[in-house]
Design a protein around this ligand. Sequence first.
Ligand code: GLN
Length: 537
Amino acid sequence: MTKYIFVTGGVVSSLGKGISASSIGKLLQARGLSIAMLKCDPYINVDPGTMNPFQHGEVFVTEDGAEADLDLGHYERFLDKEMHQVNNFTAGRVYQTVIERERRGDFLGTTVQVIPHVTDEIKNRFRAAAKGADVAIVEIGGTVGDIESLPFVEAARQMGLEAGRDNVLYLHVTLIPYIRASEELKTKPTQHSVQKLREIGISPDVLVCRTEKPLGPEMRAKLSMFCSVPKESVIEAPDVESIYEVPTVFHKQGLDDQILMLLRLRAQAQDLDGWARIVQRLKNPRREVVVALAGKYADYKDAYKSVNEALVHGGIANEAKVHIRFLETSDPRIHEQLEDVHGILVPGGFGDRGIEGKIRVAQLARERKIPYFGLCLGLQTAVIEFARDVLKLAGAHSTEFDPKSRYPVIDLLPEQKSVKDLGATMRLGVYDCTIKKGSLAHKAYGTLQISERHRHRWEVNNKFRKLLEDAGLCVSGVHAPKNLVEIVELRDHPWFLATQFHPEFKSRPEAPHPLFRDFVAAAVERAEALRKSHVHA
Ligand code: GLN
C-alpha cells in the first residue's frame, strides 16, 4: 500500500518547500523505495502555461507536454525521474473536472459542494499520481491559512482518516525568523501556523524549520513542546550554498529514519554516496566562467530556473563554477557588456520586449566568436540575425514580432494560425529529432536520434531554408516527420548552436545535459584563451 507524505508550508511563501519535498524524495529513494511526487497549486488557472514568469516563475514542460509548476523541475532533477501531467494539478483543473461532470449529469439530484465533491476529486488525483509507489510525496502550494489552499489541506486531512494514521504523514515547512535587534530566533509565527493547521484537523508529525541561525537544543525543545512534535522530528533547514546539499543536511539529522519509523516502513541502508560526490564536485570547482544570459527577467531568478540549473550541471561536468550575468539587451552599448564573458545564452521567451537587443547579441556572438547557445527564441533570433546580416535580407523577422515582414524567416505553421484558445495549444512536449553526422550536436549527444521537449508556436520558415543553408547556416537537427528545423549551428566558430527545443528541462545533476556540458566546455576554453592572451600581453 502506498504511504503518503503531505508537505504544507507555513508563515510565508518561498520557503523552498519544493526543495524540501524533493530532498525528502531523494532521501527515501536512496533507501530503495519507489517515490511518486505531486504538486498541487491552489490557483484557478488550469495550468501555469498562461501565466507570466513574474507571477509564477518558469513554466516547466514534461515529456508528455504538460505545462507545469517549476517544482516538477526540482523533482526531476533530484530524483532523476520523469514527471508527467498527473504529477501537477491546480484548483482550476479540479473545478473544471467537477463542473464538467456536473454538466454531464454525474451528480444528478445532489447539490455539488466543495466537501465532498471537490475534495473527492482532489483525493482521486492524489491516488492517480501515487499509483504503484511505496511513498507519495504531495506538496500543497501556498501557505496554510490561505482561503485558496483550504480544499487541498482538507483533502489531505481526509486521507489521514481513510488510509490510517500509520500510512499518512504531515510535514510542515515553516520559518523561524531571526530578530537582529534582540539576537533571537522566534518560534511564535510557527506556533501560529501550526495552530492554523490544527483548526483544519491536521497535527503535523514533522517540522522542517527554515532558519538562518542554528536552532540549538533549547529552540528545538520549545518548538517540540509548543507544536506537539517529538524533538527528533524538529528538523533544521539552514541556508546552504547549493540546493543539492539539502538531502545530506536532512539525512544528518535522521529525517529519513524518522519518516520510516512514523510510516512503519522498512528500507535498506542509506546510499547517498553518488549524490555526495556530485555535491563535492559542485563545491570544489577548478575554474570559473562567466555566461551572459540575455533574458528579460533579470531581477527574478525563478524565471529561468531550469536554464540556471542546467548551467550548474554543465559546470559540474567541467569542474567549473558558472557565474551567470544578466545582460541588459536594450543597452545600446551591449558590446561592452560582452567584453569579459565566456559564453552567451539566449533563453526562450515570448513578446517583443528586448528582441532587437537579442538579435544584436547573436550577431556579436557570431562575429566575435563567443560561444553561443540559443534556446527556442534564442534559435529564432540567431536565424533572424543570420538572414539580416549574412543574407542581407533587410527587415527579416519572425511574424510574432512583425506580422508584415517581407522576409518572415520565422513563421507559424498553418495549424497554429487557426488556434483560438491560447491555453495548452503550443507545440508541447517531446518530439524526435534526427541529427546530422559530424555536427556539434552529434559530437555532444554521441547519437543521431534524440528527443527533446518543446514549448513554442513559431518555426523556422522552410521557404528560406535553402538560402540560409547555402549561406553557411548548418541545420544539424530536424524533426523528420514534419521536416521542421530543430537545431542550427555555425561552422568556423568555436561553438555556436541553437535549438528550437528546450534541452534545459532534461538536465540533471547526475546526468548533465550534453549540450549544456559542451557549451560550458566551450566557455572554459574561451576563458583559458583569454587568460593566456592576458598573460602574454
Ligand atoms: N515566442 C516563440 C514561439 O512561440 C519562442 C517560444 C519560446 O522561446 N519558448 O515560437
